[in-house]
Write a protein of this length. Structure first.
Length: 85
């Protein structure tokens, strides 16, 4: 009977300490996951911005090639013929 009582009395603080350690470990893991997800979100935003800039540049090139192909050729020829200063 004394062994059961001693075991019960000693196991309560030990379980409390273990629960505290596990809770802290879970909090640490949660913070790590939040930091990783924030970093991933930032990288995704950077990639989206870069993609948008590249799409704008491609659109300009497409416009140059399709809308002004003859005018552009004339401009290139005119610039080629100008003397360098």
């Amino acid at each position: 009977m004394i062994n059961v009582f001693a075991f019960t009395v000693l196991s309560i603080p030990i379980l409390g300490i273990l629960a505290w350690v596990v809770t802290d470990w879970f909090r640490l893991k949660e913070r790590q996951i939040q930091a990783i997800s924030a970093e991933a979100a930032e990288k995704a935003a950077q990639y989206a911005a870069k993609t948008e800039r590249l799409e704008q540049r491609v659109a300009v090139l497409e416009r140059i090639l399709t809308d002004r192909s003859t005018v552009l050729a004339d401009e290139i020829d005119r610039l080629r013929d100008q003397p360098l200063n």
